[in-house]
Design a protein around this ligand. Structure first.
Ligand code: GDP
Length: 344
């Protein structure tokens, strides 16, 4: 699943809080860090969510959070890599309500038919708020003064109103019976962790319902992925953080990547994954691997990646005709450009 929303509304903080509280549960394997994604196993989710998530109620491995993709990366991930971006969390700052990128996200969610919930973030900034670190929302709500409660209600109703103007009926998540026809609004604070147990509970429920057929992934074929980010890395130059949603990619493979001008044809110099427990400051933050299979995140080092674009397709050529793959990437880029214009 992926987190969308306006800049500064707290997407990064929310993911950091979920990762942080998972890790502080203190067990090995509490999370697994991928390039561009974090996996939180069912047991950890359940520990964090308390009575809101009972492991025996789910046959899911847990939750996979894609690190805040740009809206265009999300569009392509959703249309091509379905199962990876099966649900979205739309983060809305309760003080700021709907902003331009909130609108943009809503349009994308609507167009791609993505089920989503709204995390109404920064509830701790409500005047007179008395924070209850990590508490479920109803518990912390009960501890607040009448004044703080009505201030918060006011802000939440504003968000519900904005959603309604855009054709989405929504309500506080605990009143939602059918998440297919109603958007659940979950009040949270990425700072104090209030409401995070509820958020995880709702996400688990939705994941279970919308779970895609994992068997549809063909891991043996040539790899297909989406660029999440183009990043300079010391010693490697421009690299791509890619979510591989189908097939296999190997060191030495010829790949075609969507670029600002023409598609880029290049050869994979190294495939990198985060080194577990690496110190941020140490030189070697990555381990080289020979191959990566879908679904997974991977950093690709290769020559000529400077002009690659976030949201663009990545294709392993394999034993196909290079020109054919280039045309495929061109067609997909044209598609993305059309949707971008529609959004603008
Ligand atoms: P992003 O741009 O959506 O990823 O937003 P960030 O996660 O970078 O957050 C933007 C700013 O809001 C940062 O200064 C955060 O510390 C702050 N922030 C995020 N969530 C909360 C919250 O729940 N409460 C408060 N008080 N501040 C928050």
């Amino acid at each position: 699943m992926a987190v969308l929303g306006h800049v500064d509304h707290g997407k990064t903080s929310l993911l950091d809080k979920i990762r942080g509280s998972a890790v502080s549960e203190g067990e090995a394997g509490a999370i697994t860090q991928h390039i561009g994604a974090t996996a939180v196993p069912l047991d950890t989710v359940s520990q964090m969510a308390g009575s809101l998530v009972k492991p025996e109620d789910f046959d899911l491995p847990g939750l996979l959070f894609i690190d805040t993709p740009g809206h265009h990366s999300f569009s392509t991930l959703r249309s091509r890599g379905g199962a990876l971006a099966d649900i979205a969390i739309l983060v809305v700052d309760v003080n700021d309500s709907f902003q331009p990128q909130t609108e943009e996200a809503i349009d994308i969610l609507k167009r791609t038919g993505t089920p989503f919930i709204v995390a109404a973030n920064k509830i701790d900034t409500t005047p007179g708020w008395n924070p209850q670190e990590g508490a479920p929302i109803q518990k912390t709500y009960e501890e607040q003064s009448q004044r703080a409660r009505s201030k918060l209600d006011e802000k939440l109703y504003e968000i519900i109103g904005e959603l309604s103007e855009r054709g989405f009926s929504s309500d506080f998540y605990w009143r939602v019976q059918n998440f297919q026809s109603n958007i659940g609004v979950v009040p949270v604070s990425a700072l104090t962790g209030e409401g995070i147990p509820d958020l995880l509970g709702v996400l688990m429920g939705l994941s279970q319902r919308y779970m895609k057929d994992e068997m549809a992934i063909d891991v043996a074929g040539p790899g297909s992925g989406t660029v999440l980010e183009v990043k300079e890395e010391r010693g490697f130059g421009a690299t791509l953080d890619v979510v591989l949603y189908d097939g296999t990619i190997r060191a030495g493979d010829t790949i075609v990547v969507g670029g600002a001008n023409d598609p880029i044809v290049t050869e994979v110099r190294a495939l990198l994954q985060p080194r577990p427990n690496a110190e941020i400051r140490t030189e070697k933050r990555f381990d080289k691997v020979e191959e990566v299979r879908a679904a997974a995140g991977v950093k690709i080092a290769a020559p000529d990646l400077e002009d690659a674009m976030a949201g663009a397709p990545v294709r392993v050529v394999g034993d196909r005709d290079l020109d054919e793959v280039v045309r495929e990437v061109e067609a997909e880029l044209a598609d993305i450009e059309v949707t971008t214009e529609e959004e603008g």
